[in-house]
Design a protein around this ligand. Sequence first.
Ligand SMILES: [Zn+2]
Length: 358
Amino acid sequence: MATPKKDQVSPSLPPPQPAPMFFREILGQDRVLGHLRAAWKADRLAHAYLFLGAEGVGRASVARALAAALNCARPVDGWDACGDCPSCRRMAAGTHADFLVIGPTSEGRQPQIKIEQIREFRRLTAYPPMEGGWRVALIKPAEAMNPAAANALLKTLEEPPARHLLILAAGSDADLFPTIVSRCQKMAFTPLPSALVVQELQSRRGLSREDAVFLTALSGGSLGRALTLNPEEMAKQRRQVLEDLEKLARGSATAVLDWAKRLAKNNQELDFFILLAQMWYRDLLLLNSGAPSRLLAHQDCLPDLEKENKQGGPQTWFAGFAALAAAHRQLQANLNPQLTLDILGFRLQRQGLRYESR
Ligand SMILES: [Zn+2]
C-alpha cells in the first residue's frame, strides 16, 4: 500500500469556537427550533425533552440556547438570548448557576452517569432556581445513566418541579428505559448535510476544502465533532494507519501481535485506526466503481488512491472494510480489545496476502 504524500496543512489555524448559545446560530435544525418556538410562544414548553440525534448535530447547543433564552432579561425577537444582560454573560462564561450539565464522570469505553449525580441534582430541585429564572439541566449522553441513576431520575420526571426544564440528549431512545422515554417529549435532530459542514469548517476555521472534506468525513457529518479535530494531527494519524496496514499486509505474526498490543493500550488511536482504515477502503471501493472524486474522504491523497486502485481489487477492500466493521462492533460490545485486535490484524493480513498474490 502506498503512503500518501506529506499533507498540506495550514500552519496557524484559529482555535475552534465555543459551542453556540443562541438559536440564531444553530444550523440545520429548523424543525426542532420551530417546534420549540411555537411551544415557547404558547407558554407550553414541556418539563422534559428528549433530544435524539447523533453526536455534534446541535443537541447541547439548543439546550444551552434554551437555557440562555429562558433566563435572558431582554430576549431578542421575543425568544432568543440577547448575549448582553448579566444572565447571558454568565451563560457565555459557563458560570450560570441555573444551567447544569450532567455527564459521565469517567472516560473509557463505557462511561457512566451515576446515581450520586442524579441525587445531587434532585436535592437542588427542592429549591427554586438560584437566579430567579429557570433551572435547565442537560443530561448527556442520557444512555450513560446506569439503571440506578435512571430510576432516581424517574422520580423527578413523575413530579416535575416548577420552573425546571430537563433535557436528555441521546443517540436513540432504544437505549433508554421506556418509562423515561414516555415521560419526555421527543425531538428528532437531523444530521447536517455534508456540504453545510464543509462550508462551515472552511468559513469558521479557515480550512482548505480538502481538509474540510477530510474532517467532515471523519466526524460522520457532525459539525461539533469536526470543529474539535485538528487536520494536521488527523493527517499524521492517517499516515500511521496506512503504514500499519502496509506492515500488517507484509509482516509476520509477530508484527500483527505487536501492532495489536500497541493499539489496545490507546482507545483514541484505536478508534481513529478503525475509522481511517474504513474510510480508506471506502474511498478505494468508490473510486473503483467510477464514483466522482468529490465524493472521496481522502481527496488530498487522490494520486495514491488511484495508484492503489490500479493494483488491487474490490473484494480485498470490501473484506478489509468488513473486518474493521466487525471489530468495531465487538469493541462497542466491550469485548477484550487485545483479542479483538489480534483477530482483526490477522484478517487484515490475510486480505493483504490475497492482494499480494493477485
Ligand atoms: Zn440576555
